[in-house]
Design a protein around this ligand. Structure first.
Ligand SMILES: [Zn+2]
Length: 141
């Protein structure tokens, strides 16, 4: 598991120091955009911040589970069993309170490449961006 170090380059690959990127968002500052929220969720997965994943999932998301304990355990199993190699945000489209972010997450499990591309939808409610759902995308080109 990766530890978030405030003055180190952020885990999400933005090139900024963690404290000016996902660090602040993980500590409670509202994400400035859907992309910032998406990046902070990647960083939360990579650093094992399970509560953050649950708290930034929209209540109407199909990923929301009524049994919060079981949900947290499955998120933790994914987080702990995965090596978070890197993140590429490919595009973002924001329209009012909704946004789409397409990203490529470079991941490994048990030494195998399990990287994937996803087009995620986000919703802004009361000034907070939340993850709604996502569609896997086939690799480009
Ligand atoms: Zn970041």
């Amino acid at each position: 598991m990766i530890r978030l170090s405030k003055n180190a380059p952020c885990v999400c690959g933005s090139g900024r120091k963690a404290k000016g990127c996902c660090g602040a968002v993980l500590e409670g500052a509202p994400a400035a955009s859907a992309e910032a929220l998406m990046r902070s969720r990647y960083t939360a997965y990579a650093t094992g911040n399970i509560a953050y994943i649950l708290n930034t999932t929209h209540p109407s998301s199909p990923h929301c589970e009524a049994d919060r304990g079981a949900w947290a355990r499955s998120v933790r199993a994914f987080s702990e069993g995965t090596v978070f190699v890197g993140l590429d945000v490919e595009f973002t489209a924001t329209s009012g309170e909704t946004a789409v972010v397409q990203f490529y997450a470079r991941l490994e499990r048990d030494g195998a490449d399990v990287s994937f591309r996803e087009r995620s939808r986000f919703q802004c409610t009361d000034g907070r961006w939340l993850y709604l759902d996502g569609q896997p995308e086939s690799p480009a080109g």
